[in-house]
Design a protein around this ligand. Structure first.
Ligand SMILES: [Zn+2]
Length: 210
């Protein structure tokens, strides 16, 4: 029973880190209990459980006291995560019909239980590709990516990080015209995926570019 999506897993991971951070910085039981209550609330709001057994799987989150326990907890719940389904080169080609040479980068060693969206950069064309599933259907967006070396708020994960500008062209209302839309997003998509705990933000981001 894989009862967590990747972004739900990332949410649980972030909550687990919050608990560890609290118990290592505070001795005050009231503070710790308040944080635990908030974590429970967040989990109840963002995850759906089929039965009590699934709920119990996450309960050790409240006993985390050390970095080692955090890692063990995350390892123990990973088997319940529905991993990102790697598309074929053909599926990728269909998503980006205008691009002559587009194919998936090397994905060896990647943990797909950490991936909500797959992203790669083509240094030859300066294009950054983003693919993800919306209700089971593979979607994609790509644009010219400008490595700004700046820090800012990422449109996808909403966190403050090192961002770059993704410029996406879209057809205008008149034939032959087009407009460009720019968004700042994390340069490092691995970090972005770790912070992405709400798939709706990703959907909105892509919808805005269409
Ligand atoms: Zn991000």
């Amino acid at each position: 029973m894989k009862f967590m999506t990747v972004e739900q897993y990332q949410l649980v991971k972030n909550q687990a880190k919050k608990i560890l951070n609290t118990v290592t910085t505070s001795k005050d039981q009231n503070v710790i209990q308040a944080v635990q209550a908030l974590v429970q609330e967040e989990i109840d709001a963002k995850l759906t459980f089929q039965d009590i057994e699934e709920q119990l799987i996450l309960q050790p989150i409240f006993t985390i006291q050390s970095k080692e326990q955090l890692e063990l907890f995350l390892e123990s719940i990973k088997q319940y995560v529905e991993p990102f389904k790697v598309p074929t080169d053909n599926q990728i080609k269909k998503l980006f019909p205008k691009d002559k040479k587009v194919k998936l980068p090397k994905l060896d060693g990647m943990d797909f239980r950490e991936v909500t969206y797959l992203s790669w950069f083509d240094a030859g064309t300066n294009r950054k590709y983003i693919v993800f599933y919306e209700d089971g259907v593979l979607k994609g967006v790509r644009g010219v990516f400008d490595h700004t070396e700046k820090k800012g708020i990422c449109t996808v994960c909403n966190r403050h990080s090192k961002v770059g500008l993704l410029l996406v062209s879209k057809n205008g209302t008149q034939l032959g015209t087009y407009t460009k839309k720019g968004n700042y997003i994390c340069e490092n998509s691995e970090i972005c995926n770790e912070e992405l705990t709400d798939i709706n933000r990703l959907k909105e981001f892509v919808d805005n570019l269409r």
